[in-house]
Design a protein around this ligand. Structure first.
Ligand SMILES: [Zn+2]
Length: 501
């Protein structure tokens, strides 16, 4: 048994993708000119009245639903009092006693299998502005002040830093699937603080240390690993862990103390007098439920079961919602085209294994999406979502490939042509690829006549004198009036000479 036990919890902040801020009508955008999206409400002028953004509430309830929370029938906004240089009001409108959701849970995959962690609460609040340090002065940009921020607090249920990293990646995928956050950690749309306490095994929670400034899921893992070592060493040496907030310093690969931690009591929360509690009615809850989508983890398991996809392919397909939708649309096109029993996507919905013909298309589609398609899109600097490759076009390609109409080389060529010419693969096959073969027949005829006119050159080549190849090629090119493709001429010519031998 390990000497120490680790308890890690995460506090995640996500910027909701609302068009406007959470308590006023200012534009919510990243990267605009400083202090252009501001008004008396988000600057906290006296006498102004905030009003809650309905869209932000809806997205918050969606996240609460996805995290299996008990949703509040009466959610309350409160003032969290604190001195914020980047928030002119010196308080933040947040939630404390009755947040959007409580007592939830979330399941995700780790190397050791499926892990379930408990969610303490989900609450909606406003973000602060941004301080920009410029030499010995600090500039303030209030564009971000008042933008919708949803905070998700987990229980300290992670026992390793890898679990925390895996969770964060699954969580990021989930909010992207829901369309409530772009999940971009570099731009700060998804931010994470981690708390860690360690104690001798069996002794329960230790003293909690919070780590801030974690701008990627990798930093979360590294900072937690560092903290574990630091705390274990302190305890082994008979020292005491101080309850504090520390910063992760990436350049030094270590954490450093920032301040001793405030307790909730210090913030003197009290109800925001200008915002009445929000009571979701049936229509609101209906719109929340209507906006829910199948979450990535569930979708991955379903697709794996229905199409016997390998772990690698299932991860790749469900990594991105557009890609997963595309993949399933390809399968539906297959079912609609009469491949299989015509049960359509109904098969996949129930998660029962699909008929063999559909499973075959699925396997080919997964392989070709991950391999050749990614490669060809990358070469053209295209995303699947803005490429001319539609699920229907991809399906015809896969169908021709799996029923043997075309072989892999032609399929590759057709995929490229589809991307470049924005045309259906069947048309391209007729028009460009097979038409090319007719040209081949013409060239073959020319080669035959050149060879019969120059029998001694052919003999020389067959005896190993390759110099005559150039001569013969020149004759063919001349006879075709330069229209033949030299590469094709060479291939066909060599084929003929070898066959004649
Ligand atoms: Zn405003």
């Amino acid at each position: 048994m390990a000497l120490f036990q680790t308890f890690v919890g995460l506090e995640i902040h996500i910027h909701l993708l609302t068009k406007t801020k959470v308590f006023c009508g200012c534009k919510s955008a990243y990267g605009d000119k400083p202090n252009t999206n501001i008004c008396p409400v988000c600057l906290g002028y006296p006498g102004v009245l905030p009003a809650v953004n309905k869209e932000a509430l809806k997205m918050s309830y969606m996240v609460g639903t996805a995290l299996n929370c008990e949703l509040s029938p009466h959610t309350l906004f409160e003032r969290k009092n604190y001195f914020y240089p980047d928030m002119t009001k010196n308080y933040q409108i947040s939630q404390f006693s009755d947040p959007v959701g409580v007592n939830g849970w979330f399941e995700f995959e780790t190397d050791g299998g499926i892990k379930r962690i408990r969610i303490h609460d989900v609450h909606l609040e406003e973000d602060a502005g941004k301080m920009i340090h410029d030499g010995n002065r600090t500039l303030l940009d209030y564009n971000r002040a008042g933008t919708s921020l949803l905070e998700i607090v987990t229980e300290p249920d992670f026992s390793t830093s890898e679990e925390a990293e895996n969770f964060l990646q699954s969580f990021q995928r989930m909010v992207r699937y829901l369309g409530v956050c772009d999940g971009n950690m570099e731009e700060g749309s998804l931010r994470c603080d981690a708390n860690i306490s360690i104690n001798k095994t069996g002794k329960g929670l230790g003293t909690k240390v919070e780590i801030k400034n974690l701008n990627s899921s990798r930093f979360v893992r590294k900072a937690l690993q560092y903290e574990y070592k630091r705390q274990a060493k302190t305890i082994k040496n008979g020292g005491k862990i101080v309850q504090e907030t520390r910063l992760w310093i990436e350049e030094k690969q270590k954490t450093r103390s920032m301040r001793t931690k405030e307790t909730a009591h210090d913030y003197r929360y009290f109800p925001e007098p200008d915002i009445p509690p929000f009571v979701p009615d049936e229509m609101f809850m209906q719109s929340v439920n209507d906006s829910m989508v199948e979450l990535p983890f569930v979708r991955k398991q379903r697709l794996q079961k229905a199409y016997s996809l390998t772990e690698e392919f299932a991860v790749f397909i469900t990594e991105d919602k557009f890609r997963a939708d595309f993949f399933e649309a390809v399968i539906s096109a297959g079912a609609g085209a009469g491949t299989g029993t015509g049960t359509g996507t109904g098969t996949a919905v129930t998660g029962t294994p699909a008929p063999a013909a559909i499973a075959a298309i699925a396997a080919t589609a997964a392989k070709w999406l991950k391999g050749e398609t990614v490669k060809q899109l990358g070469r053209r600097n295209l995303e699947l979502s803005d490429s001319p490759l539609s699920p229907i076009r991809f399906f015809s390609l896969m169908k021709m490939l799996s029923d043997g109409t075309i072989h892999a080389n032609i399929a590759r060529q057709l995929l490229e042509l589809t991307l470049d010419q924005d045309e259906d693969p069947e048309i391209l096959l007729e028009r460009d690829v097979l038409a090319g073969s007719d040209d081949d027949a013409e060239i073959a005829e020319i080669i035959d006549s050149v060879l019969s006119n120059n029998p001694e050159a052919a003999v020389q080549i067959q005896e190993g004198n390759t110099k005559a190849v150039g001569f013969l090629m020149g004759q063919v090119m001349k006879a075709s009036q330069g229209s033949a493709d030299p590469k094709t001429v060479r291939i066909l010519l060599m084929e003929k000479l070898t066959n004649k031998k």
